[in-house]
Design a protein around this ligand. Structure first.
Ligand SMILES: Nc1ncnc2c1ncn2[C@@H]1O[C@H](COP(=O)(O)OP(=O)(O)OP(=O)(O)O)[C@@H](O)[C@H]1O
Length: 239
């Protein structure tokens, strides 16, 4: 059974060309998928649809093979599929790091003390305990990014959706992120424009072509990046 899937899903932003047209896709628990593709092709949109933050124009999102429509049904998915947004600040809105990391567990119904203990354990497991007492808004960009990941992992999701997690990370923090990911017992989809990062963290790949989600093998991914040595070429979606 797929953890989540798209069933002939179509999506268009108002007054724009379609991003997805009857896209079909399924994610099995434990898969480690690298998601690459040009700017503006719809990668972030795919994550927002999975999380129920955007509504399809047609078709369905299924969680463990059950179609989701209502908000409370998406909540069950969001409990198990942790989304880390492209902009860490969109996800951190408390005064202190510990409060930010405890927020998810509290929201899942844990008692304050247990949620705080969970937050402390998560920060510790990620080697970020030294940040626990810091004011979130005073963190560096890279620190914020790792704290946003900690905030998601504190909910102990079964899968992760990471949107360009290496943005703001210097080589040391990138290495740290790779070490953190390698220790996790879960699968993920990682959106990235960084070939080396995808190569180190993922075992299968996907992209978007003609409003469809397409799985790719390593050599197709390699060729994509190889033919655009400076990264993905811009994709003018509305042309
Ligand atoms: N809120 C919105 N309203 C209208 N159009 C939008 C909105 N958000 C995104 N788009 C457009 O939808 C298309 C897909 O955007 P999306 O952010 O999903 O692409 P992406 O593949 O994640 O890009 P990038 O690699 O640059 O992050 C783009 O053409 C974008 O301009």
């Amino acid at each position: 059974m797929a953890l989540f899937s798209l069933n002939r899903l179509s999506f268009t932003y108002p007054q724009a060309k379609p991003v997805f047209a009857e896209a079909v896709f399924s994610f099995q628990e434990g898969e480690r998928l690298g998601f690459y593709g040009p700017n503006g092709s719809g990668k972030s949109t795919f994550f927002l649809l999975i999380a129920g933050l955007l509504k399809p124009v047609a078709g369905q999102i299924c969680f463990r093979d059950r179609p989701l429509t209502r908000e409370h049904e998406f909540r069950a998915l969001r409990k198990e599929v942790g989304l880390v947004l492209q902009n860490a600040e969109d996800q951190l809105f408390h005064a202190s790091v510990l409060e930010d990391v405890a927020f998810g567990p509290l929201n899942l119904g844990m008692k304050p003390k247990a949620a705080q203990a969970r937050a402390e354990e998560t920060l510790e497991a990620l080697g970020l305990s030294h940040l626990a007492g810091r004011l979130t808004h005073q963190l560096s960009g890279g620190e914020k990014r790792l704290v946003a990941l900690a905030a998601t992992l504190a909910m102990q999701p079964r899968a992760l959706l990471l949107d360009e997690p290496t943005n703001d990370l210097d080589p040391t923090y990138q290495k740290k992120l790779i070490q953190i990911l390698q220790k996790l017992p879960v699968g993920w989809i990682i959106i990235s424009h960084d070939f080396n990062f995808l190569q180190k963290t993922c075992t299968a790949f996907m992209t978007i072509a003609r409003q469809q989600l397409v799985r790719c093998n390593y050599s197709q991914m390699h060729q994509h990046f190889h033919s655009h040595p400076l990264g993905d070429t811009p994709h003018h979606h509305n042309e």
